[in-house]
Write a protein that binds this ligand. Structure first.
Ligand SMILES: [Zn+2]
Length: 198
């Protein structure tokens, strides 16, 4: 998914599919709001996010149990990546267990500059297990790439979105300037207006 994209209620500002997944629980800073309330919405999110291992044509819809497993993995990924949280052994094991089911990547035979998922397009290489595996693997990749210190939480008091700060100087404060940066700026201006009686 293109960074900064928005589909339905889903924001793709994370800079990693693992963080985009975490951000499907919106408004974490105040009253968390669930945007994956059922198995069907999870399937739609996999599709919108373009998660490796998920193909609309061959993947079986998630079962209610897989939906529950997905929400547990989402919390474990957040515990592992989010600043200020300390993961338990259970969180770490959950991420590792799912990561083992991540689809295998390989180079395309007729175009070795392109990476494809082995067995994609077949029922064996796709499904909820593979998609959750890819998300767990993406979480591990953030740490493997040395990017854990750049996982941040949006500074807006009502937001709580997680994102990877890849800006130069690493001084990004907002999930997005358009969303929260401007909201904060407008609030500051309004306060200043009140102070001066303008
Ligand atoms: Zn924000």
């Amino acid at each position: 998914m293109t960074p900064g994209a928005e589909v339905r209620d889903w924001l793709f500002y994370g800079g990693s599919s693992a963080l985009d997944f975490v951000n499907t629980l919106r408004d974490r800073a105040t009253t968390p709001r669930e945007t994956l309330p059922d198995a069907e919405s999870l399937a739609r999110w996999f599709s919108a996010a373009g998660i490796e291992g998920w193909t609309d044509t061959t993947s079986q819809p998630p079962t209610p149990a897989e939906h529950q497993a997905a929400l547990a993995l989402r919390d474990a990924i957040d515990a592992v990546l989010a600043p200020g949280r300390t993961p338990t052994g259970e969180h770490v094991m959950l991420v590792n267990e799912h990561a083992r089911r991540a689809p295998l990547r390989e180079l395309r035979l007729d175009d070795p500059t392109t990476v494809v998922v082995a067995g994609s397009g077949t029922a064996a290489g796709s499904g909820t297990g593979a998609a959750l595996g890819a998300l767990a693997q993406a979480a591990i990749e953030v740490i493997a790439a040395g990017e854990l210190p750049w996982v941040k939480i949006c500074a807006h008091t009502r937001c709580g979105l997680r994102y990877l700060d890849r800006s130069r100087g690493r001084r990004r404060q907002w999930c997005s300037m358009e969303r929260c940066g401007n909201r904060a700026k407008a609030a500051r201006h309004a306060r200043r207006g009140l102070d001066t009686g303008a």
